[in-house]
Design a protein around this ligand. Structure first.
Ligand code: PLP
Length: 388
């Protein structure tokens, strides 16, 4: 099976993991600190906080921005369920903003219209979470301008988009957001097996996220509460305080070492994805498909290459034909609000028609840096045959 997405590991990547196993620290050691520093530098953010998944990163981002029962978070229906789930965990209300039918990203016009309505009923969101679908950045400046008018915070779910650009900066620089989150799951751009990171330029948010990823416990005296009587009034080296309620979302040293090694290949991986996408753009141009439309203020990381079938084509038929031929196609995404869990929360089919219409015709075809020319030609041939 030619997979739709897959990790590409070098000898250096494997050695990096092995050498950690020979070292003193398997967790909470020097690799994490270095990974956080190099990642922040790479994307142009002041800080980064590495954790055991992007889901965890999204969760501590919501916690740091104080998302609580009674608050709401709005995201895109065209995303993985985790984007919405983290807000539900905080007891907040989740709502969605329909997508732009060209980019499949949250529509800025739909966001503006929904905000205008919400302002009238005093139900504005505390957080808006745009998702950079397939690696293409949303129009963050436009969303940021709306945040000034309607006073919401912004978390970018950039799980697909490490290595992508927006205007003259990298996604993750947080020029137009409070926090940006990347995923390192093996199908994403670079991997740590499981893993994720939150970047930010705000030291207060970063301190909070560091606390929340590790039980709410600190050894940093500046974060400690000296008004409380503690059991260690003599302040010995063993002293730590729990000053908040956190979780254990820590990344291991092996993962951080793999991440550091993978990070050195980020540009190579993204360039390779662009080359492969260009081949698809040429080879599939004349077929009854809509190819991924690219806005010119951004440079995609091409996490996915979603094709949208013409109206007369049946998605299941085409999908099954491709799978039978060993082409590991996939579908991104079943709109989150149509999942049984979210329907039980009150959402209905028909609530976000653009996301639903896109989903009905979408197929993600194989795209990853290890895809050979031969395999790609095989994908192209089979797509052509499957549309007849
Ligand atoms: C992969 C993904 C996540 C979750 O990432 P994990 O690292 O697997 O937790 C969240 N949002 C989007 C859009 C994703 O694609």
């Amino acid at each position: 099976m030619i997979q739709y997405g897959k990790q590409l590991l070098s000898e250096a990547d494997k050695q990096a993991v092995l050498s950690v196993l020979e070292s003193d620290f398997l967790t909470q050691g020097p690799q994490i600190i270095q990974f956080e520093a190099e990642l922040a530098q790479k994307v142009g953010a002041k800080f980064s906080v590495a954790v055991n998944s992007a889901t965890s990163a999204l969760h501590i981002a919501c916690m740091a921005l104080d998302l609580q029962p009674g608050d709401s978070l709005w995201t895109s229906p065209n995303t993985f369920v985790a984007s919405a789930n983290v807000a539900v965990w905080q007891g907040a209300k989740v709502d969605f903003v329909d997508i732009d039918p060209r980019t499949y990203n949250m529509s800025v016009e739909a966001l503006e219209a929904k905000l205008e309505q919400a302002a009238k009923t005093h139900s504005l969101p505390k957080i808006v979470m745009p998702v950079h679908f397939a690696g293409q950045s949303c129009d963050m400046q436009a969303i940021y301008e709306l945040s000034k008018k309607y006073h919401f915070k912004i978390i970018e779910d950039a799980s697909h988009a490490i290595g992508a650009g927006y205007q003259d900066k990298m996604v993750g620089a947080c020029e137009f957001s409070d926090i940006t989150v990347f995923s390192f799951h093996p199908v994403k751009i670079i991997t740590t097996a499981e893993g994720g990171v939150a970047t930010s330029n705000n030291p207060d948010l970063v301190k909070k996220m560091q606390l929340f990823r590790s039980h709410g416990v600190t050894r940093d005296e500046s974060l400690m509460d000296y008004d409380m009587e503690t059991l260690s009034p003599d302040g010995g080296m063993w002293v730590y305080q729990q000053v908040a309620l956190g979780l254990n979302y820590r990344m291991t040293e092996m993962q951080a070492a793999l991440g550091l090694s993978q990070l050195t290949q980020l540009e190579t991986f993204v360039d390779k994805r662009h080359q492969l996408a260009e081949v698809y753009n040429q080879a599939l141009a004349e077929l009854p498909l809509t190819l991924p439309y690219q806005q010119d203020f951004q440079r995609s990381s091409y996490h996915l290459y979603p094709i949208k079938l013409a109206e007369h084509l049946n998605r299941k038929t085409v999908f099954d034909k491709l799978r039978e031929k060993g082409i590991g196609v996939n579908v991104h995404y079943i709109p989150v609000h149509t999942q049984p869990y979210y329907q039980k929360l009150g959402f209905k089919i028909g609530d976000f028609p653009n996301a639903e219409a896109y989903y009905q015709k979408a197929i993600s075809i194989p795209l990853h840096p290890g895809l050979t020319e031969e395999d790609q030609q095989n994908v192209i041939t089979n797509i052509k045959e499957s549309l007849i």
